[in-house]
Design a protein around this ligand. Structure first.
Ligand code: SIN
Ligand code: CO
Length: 359
């Protein structure tokens, strides 16, 4: 992290020695056929089409080009949400805070397939899962994009470095580093471990909306009063006292320092769109408990956040809930130490399908 994170690429040969893919090509194609799974197909040299063409899923098997056709790639986003082994693999990347970890994307490509030279706004780990891929990289690049395609492809990419990755090899790339990965020697699968980095303006918009909703529900019934208002010559001018009142209203909405922390935790722990939990009909808390792979659980100094909801916690309950969030599981012996209120919450989360009895 000190030497490379946000600074420079890192190639790790055999980061995962003897690695084999966590799901097969046909399992990946099956995911790409599902409505709730985000997928894209990018083909080069499509006859009579622009040089690069992108289509959005879902894709039935017959919508995909033949395996013998070169130069195409299928990208499936958020595989960790739908597949246990993919979720387990993502756990290896929890040396980065969960609030920053995004998802596991899997790409399948035939010979020559790739998404073209581009750069991303996020850091990424590119783990080679099957076959070989040649990566060409450039720190300095001309950001001009090709005009003939909807795919964001650099028009004048000039590689500075290149590596061929075999299964188990992994390449870390900082954001804004130009790269081009091309399948070489046949079928190729690459796993991208991606990160989320909220844009400041978008974060402000989200948080202010949430704080605004909270203010609307507060008991603050204070209204603007102007007992000293004099008769005016310029009726269209906004009174300064009203401007001050507006300032105070905003300050009042932000006065509780925990409100912002709460809004942030709720936002960051919000499940991904398209995530639905299956509620358990007759749940019983037995043995160890384990978070569902789609559950997002985070905490700060005073709160526990789970799937967009917040709870205040202190003392032993907080320590045990932190352990559950960090390990994504809690042994039966520790669960038994929770207070009746905390156990009641666990029961509700179990019923909602947010966690399961592991046994
Ligand atoms: C790929 O796996 O082909 C694309 C990954 C990337 O370049 O970000
Ligand atoms: Co990329």
């Amino acid at each position: 992290m000190r030497r490379h994170w946000h600074k420079k690429p890192l190639l790790i040969r055999q980061a995962f020695p003897g690695f084999s893919p966590v799901l097969s090509r046909s399992e990946l194609f099956a995911l790409a056929s599902r409505e709730e799974v985000e997928s894209r197909l990018i083909a080069r040299h499509a006859p009579g089409q622009p040089h690069w063409r992108v289509q959005h899923g879902p894709f039935a098997r017959r919508d995909l080009p033949r395996l013998s056709t070169p130069d195409w790639t299928l990208l499936v986003q958020g595989v960790d949400l739908h597949h246990d082994a993919a979720h387990e693999l993502l756990q290896q990347f929890r040396f980065i805070p969960d609030a920053r970890l995004d998802d596991l994307m899997i790409s399948f490509a035939t010979e020559g397939g790739g998404v073209g030279p581009h750069y991303d706004s996020y850091d990424v780990f590119l783990l080679q899962a099957q076959g070989q891929r040649r990566w060409r990289l450039a720190k300095k690049f001309d950001p001009t994009l090709r005009a003939d395609t909807a795919v964001k492809i650099l028009a004048n990419f000039e590689p500075e470095q290149e590596f061929v990755l075999a299964p188990g090899d992994m390449l870390y790339l900082p954001q804004h580093y130009a790269h081009d990965g091309v399948a070489e020697g046949g079928e190729c699968m690459t796993y991208s471990i991606g990160f989320r980095s909220p844009a400041r303006a978008e974060l402000a918009q989200e948080l202010l909306t949430r704080l605004g909703d909270e203010a609307a529900q507060s008991f603050d019934a204070q209204r603007y009063r102007d007992p000293k208002q004099e008769a005016v010559q310029q009726p269209a001018a906004i009174p300064h006292a009203l401007q001050d009142f507006a300032q105070q209203a905003i300050q009042a909405a932000l006065r509780d320092p925990q409100a912002l922390a709460r809004a942030l935790g709720e936002l960051l722990s919000e499940p991904k769109p398209n995530v639905w939990f299956e509620s358990a009909p007759k749940p019983s808390l037995r043995g160890a408990i384990k978070l569902d792979r789609r559950t997002r659980m985070l905490y700060d100094d005073r709160h526990i956040f789970i799937n967009g909801e917040s709870f205040r916690a202190g003392g032993r309950d907080a320590r045990l809930m932190h352990e559950l969030a960090d390990r994504r599981s809690l042994p039966a012996s520790k669960r038994a130490q929770l207070s009746p209120e905390a156990l009641d919450l666990l029961g509700q989360w179990l019923a909602a399908g947010w966690l399961h009895s592991a046994r």
